[in-house]
Design a protein around this ligand. Structure first.
Ligand SMILES: [Mg+2]
Length: 434
């Protein structure tokens, strides 16, 4: 590998490098390194105090050194003198096993060991709000069913096309952009890739959307339910399993809806572990106001409330939109891009290795008729439920690693306790006169 990164960077006009890693809460942390220092920093790592991020470290730990994955560097299309570099943290000479990008790479290694490859894509939804983030940016966007609203989409033309132009330039192959089901909500889609590329892009996409929105005086958010009665921000995952050469789709077959038995084992694996992984796919207190929610002003939440699957039917946790892939609809915009991929892939592998039977497909509207399905497992009702399911999960420990499980459960319980220490107006209203 080249050691003269600085010369190469100079030829591309890069002056600064964002040495970046993402912690367990999905916060992206960086140091901005000038080109004049990049050769040394790339060789030795950029130093961070690990306790200052959410990685379950202590203030007494030695310097955490993050090592760059230069092959996946992205030169910012809107600020070409800066490059974003995903990095992996090391402590005392060892890679940090619970770091999300490390967890994902470990799971990807297991897919490779099983002689398979994957194609995955994500559909991150986001709101464009006022600069303060407390109101819709577009006061004319008030329709009860605002999905695909052309007029509202075109009022955000410069922001949406600005982001899309960046994706075209980066070679992500974006193919559509729309106004989503909530007022002020948008979705932008780009092509599928291997899971690490998709996770890096997902991470970078969130950074790009927030940055370009701020440049236009807005505030963009991927928060699961930023507006009380409106549809929340989902983050659906589409994926398919392929053979080692990447040429044969192992999910197409001659079973129901054109899927293979392997695909149904994948569905079975995800259904069996959905409750265990909810803390990853739906990681914040606010996440549980999106799932299990009453209908929104548009008429639907578009999020699952039970652990079921259907055909091309958006009211289930898993949708089968075509004969070559499945869609997992559980996750929301707060899901850590790396842990989201890791959890879904681990569940898929688990289903394949255990030949998990997904049971019978339900061809019903779960929002209207879900009550008729007596044995459908329920999703956790709040973050504490999710923490307890996660803590009790053998699947998480076996497939995602003990270090990650311990660290994530511990930090999430601290977060829950912090939340519970808050006093709300609701409590006062409902308990004052008891
Ligand atoms: Mg959508």
């Amino acid at each position: 590998m080249t050691t003269d990164i600085a010369s190469e960077a100079e030829s591309k006009g890069i002056k600064y490098f964002l040495m970046s890693f993402t912690d367990l809460f999905g916060v992206t942390r960086s140091k901005l390194v000038p080109r004049t220092a990049i050769n040394d920093i790339a060789a030795e790592g950029a130093g961070f105090a690990g306790f200052a991020a959410y990685l379950d470290m202590t203030p007494a730990d030695s310097d955490m050194l993050v090592m760059p994955d230069l092959s996946r560097m992205i030169q910012l299309p809107w600020q070409k003198e800066t490059a974003w570099v995903p990095c992996d943290p090391h402590l005392d000479g060892c890679i940090v096993q619970q770091a999300p990008r490390v967890v994902l790479q470990s799971v990807i290694g297991k897919v490779a060991d099983a002689g398979m490859t994957m194609l995955t894509g994500v559909e991150p939804e986001f709101f464009v709000l006022s600069g303060e983030g407390d109101a819709l940016a577009d006061q004319r966007d008030v329709r009860g069913k605002p999905c695909y609203d052309q007029q509202a989409l075109m009022r955000r033309y410069s922001l949406i096309t600005g982001i899309c132009d960046c994706m075209i330039e980066l070679g992500w192959e974006p193919y559509q952009n729309d106004h989503e089901d909530a007022n002020g909500q948008f979705e932008m889609n780009w092509g599928p890739s291997d899971p690490l590329t998709t996770a890096d892009r997902h991470n970078f996409f969130k950074f790009m959307v927030k940055t370009l929105a701020e440049e236009q005086g807005f505030r963009a958010t991927f928060m699961p339910k930023p507006m009380e009665r409106l549809t929340g921000n989902g983050c659906h995952v589409h994926f398919s399993m392929w053979d080692g050469s990447g040429k044969v789709n192992l999910m197409s077959g001659d079973g129901e809806l054109g899927l293979s038995s392997l695909a149904y084992h994948v569905v079975g694996g995800i259904l069996r572990t959905a409750r265990d992984m909810a803390l990853i796919t739906n990681p914040v207190v606010n996440s549980y106001k999106r799932i299990n929610a009453p209908a929104t002003t548009s008429g639907a939440t578009w999020s699952p409330n039970t652990v079921t699957y259907g055909g091309n039917n958006r009211t289930h946790l898993i949708r089968i939109p075509a004969d070559n892939r499945i869609e997992v609809r559980l996750a929301d915009g707060a899901a850590n891009p790396y842990l989201l991929q890791a959890a879904v892939i681990a569940a898929a592998l688990d289903g394949i290795e255990n030949s998990t039977d997904p049971g019978k497909r339900l061809d019903i509207d779960m929002y209207a008729e879900g009550h008729t399905v007596k044995d459908a497992p329920k999703l956790p009702l709040n973050m504490l439920d999710a923490i307890r399911l996660f803590e009790a999960s053998e699947f998480v420990a076996e497939r995602l690693g003990g270090e990650f499980k311990t660290a994530f459960a511990k930090l999430k319980m601290l977060e829950w306790n912090e939340y519970m220490s808050q006093f709300s107006d609701w409590e006062r209203t409902n308990a004052f006169d008891v």
